[in-house]
Ligand binder design. Structure first.
Ligand code: GRG
Length: 292
């Protein structure tokens, strides 16, 4: 195991402890609601948003327990978005994280409720943090805004609106990338900065935006070149469904060049903060080279 994978795993494990405490406290009736929520959360995934939040927290000197509930809320929001995205009337995907999608197991009606339940619980967790002080209120609001109608929802709406457009316009693609994907990455990176009174705010925001673009571009590349075994979800759907993707705009090799440029931007932006940014630089490489 490299230093990077060992540290990534430590952050993941710390977050699994947070999730286990969350499951232990759940007191939900009927049982099917609790089961459907937990089903998608327990499928795992890379947990890259919590990992990023803890890593930036370490860089800025924030104790991880101050971030636990923000990381929890963000992963609940991310998981709800995946459940809803997989629904027949959205992306209609039968698999997620290598297992049947939530609606394939529990039905579309229960899957909608599982997503709604995760989102509402995320807001409740964030409200709980607001009693701790002004910085916590600001961080909670930032996460809500990233997830909401000027954030991820707007990105998904634009994605749907432009499905089957005959041409790909860069401004529209950038809007979709920024909102559908980068906003939740920004929420992860900016939460520790906001809790530190906005430390390295503009540099970290630009870093997160570039990393979010890189994340979505590698997702688009993997939809062409990846495998079901590694990704745990169907591939080749973007072009089959006329999706607005980087690969359509830049071509496959052009997308790889663009991905390298985005990674370079991230490295440059990481020169600003004092402190050890090695793990964050390795995370950029991990996203650039990811196979899942
Ligand atoms: C609000 C109805 C509704 C839907 C949300 C944004 C969105 C719409 C759904 C997310 C689907 C999607 C493809 C988003 C793009 C970001 C992305 C590549 C998500 C996958 O995230 P990973 O790779 O997943 O971090 P894991 O499984 O590792 O957690």
């Amino acid at each position: 195991m490299t230093d990077f994978t060992a540290k990534y795993k430590r952050y993941q494990d710390a977050f699994e402890d947070v999730l286990n405490r969350f499951y232990d406290k759940l007191n939900v009736t009927p049982e099917i609601l609790a089961e459907s929520l937990k089903y998608s959360l327990k499928l795992g995934g890379k947990r890259i948003r919590p990992v990023l939040m803890y890593a930036v927290g370490d860089l800025l000197g924030i104790e991880s327990d101050k971030l636990d509930n923000f990381a929890l809320a963000l992963e609940l929001i991310h998981t709800y978005s995946l459940i809803h995205d997989d629904l027949p009337d959205m992306d209609n995907d039968d698999f997620r994280r290598g297992k049947p999608s939530n609606h394939k197991v529990f039905g579309a009606d229960n899957a909608i409720l599982a997503g709604d339940g995760l989102l509402n619980t995320a807001y409740s967790v964030l409200f709980g943090e607001c009693f701790k002080g002004d910085g916590y209120i600001s961080a909670a609001k930032y996460i809500c805004d990233c997830a909401g109608i000027e954030g991820m929802i707007a990105g998904q709406s634009a994605d749907l609106l432009h499905e089957n457009d005959r041409t790909v316009d860069k401004d529209v693609l950038d809007f979709i990338y920024e909102h559908k994907t980068a906003k939740l990455i920004m929420a992860a990176v900016m939460t520790p900065s906001i809790l530190c009174g906005g430390k390295y705010y503009s540099e970290l925001k630009a870093f997160a935006l570039n990393l979010g673009f890189l994340f979505q571009l590698t997702d688009d590349i993997l939809d062409v070149e990846g495998s079901f075994e590694n990704l745990g979800k169907s591939i080749g759907k973007d072009s089959a469904e006329g999706k607005y993707t980087g690969v359509r705009l830049y071509g496959l090799s052009g997308s790889k060049v663009k991905a390298d440029l985005l990674a370079e931007n991230c490295f440059k932006l990481l020169e600003a903060p004092d402190g050890d940014t090695a793990f964050l630089r390795d995370t950029v490489n991990f996203v650039r080279q990811r196979i899942n």
